[in-house]
Design a protein around this ligand. Structure first.
Ligand code: ADP
Ligand code: MG
Length: 212
């Protein structure tokens, strides 16, 4: 079972990955976007880290998995101006809502909730796999959760690489038409970071003597 701390550690690991890869995400967003994906997510996840950290004495302290993800999602929506803010915010909010108010959730519940969360991203953005967006990493990633968290991270990474030959049909990159071909999608790349961070946290939790 996974408790609120597990999801807090996931968000902290995601923030660390975004910090580490921010320059690369912005570079990927240069040829087919407006060169702000790294800075957008850095701003967003820095705020998530602050919101979930010790905080002010009267700050909201989420103590369930669902509450942690909903607060993280709301924070991304309110701090990220680009398209990715509302999309990632929706992913985390919807996933958190699906997890309900249980103090601990099973891996099966996490898998189902993330599946619903990714569905909400597809609905909000009107995109499908093959459109060269974050969904090209999120959809195969979440599908592989049935195997393991690591398999999900690896499938998302492969999905991000597979966006290179695609022509963008959604988002800013779609304005470029055929010129969007030959570049890796920044959002699919950050989605692979997000699911890779989840795999790292799960591996650490499942190691002998590790945190839950
Ligand atoms: P913006 O495009 O507003 O500058 P970002 O640069 O932060 O926002 O994010 C760009 C990423 O958002 C893209 O690489 C793509 O993966 C994702 N994206 C854009 N539009 C959509 C959409 N309609 N559905 C899903 N993902 C999208
Ligand atoms: Mg951008």
């Amino acid at each position: 079972m996974r408790d609120a701390d597990f999801f807090r550690r996931w968000m902290a690991a995601a923030a660390a990955a975004v910090e580490r890869e921010a320059d690369r995400l912005t570079e990927l967003d240069s040829p087919i976007g407006d060169a702000d994906h790294g800075s957008n997510l850095l701003r967003g996840f820095t705020a998530v880290r602050a919101a979930l950290g010790a905080g002010a004495p009267d700050a909201e302290v989420p103590d369930t998995p669902g509450a942690v993800l909903q607060l993280a999602g709301r924070t991304l929506i309110s701090t990220v101006g680009g398209a990715s803010g509302p999309l990632y915010g929706t992913l985390l909010r919807r996933t958190g809502k699906e997890l309900g108010d249980a103090a601990e959730v099973s891996d099966e519940a996490v898998r189902e909730a993330l599946h619903t969360g990714v569905g909400a991203v597809a609905k909000l953005g009107g995109a499908a796999p093959g459109d060269k967006t974050m969904l090209d990493a999120l959809v195969p990633g979440v599908a592989a959760l049935g195997t393991s968290y690591r398999a999900a991270g690896d499938a998302a990474e492969a999905g991000a690489l597979a966006t290179v030959p695609m022509q963008a049909r959604k988002g800013r990159a779609s304005y470029l038409g055929e010129r969007s071909v030959g570049h890796q999608d920044p959002g699919a790349t950050s989605s692979a970071l997000l699911l890779g961070a989840l795999a790292d946290v799960a591996d650490a939790a499942d190691a002998p003597g590790g945190p839950r």
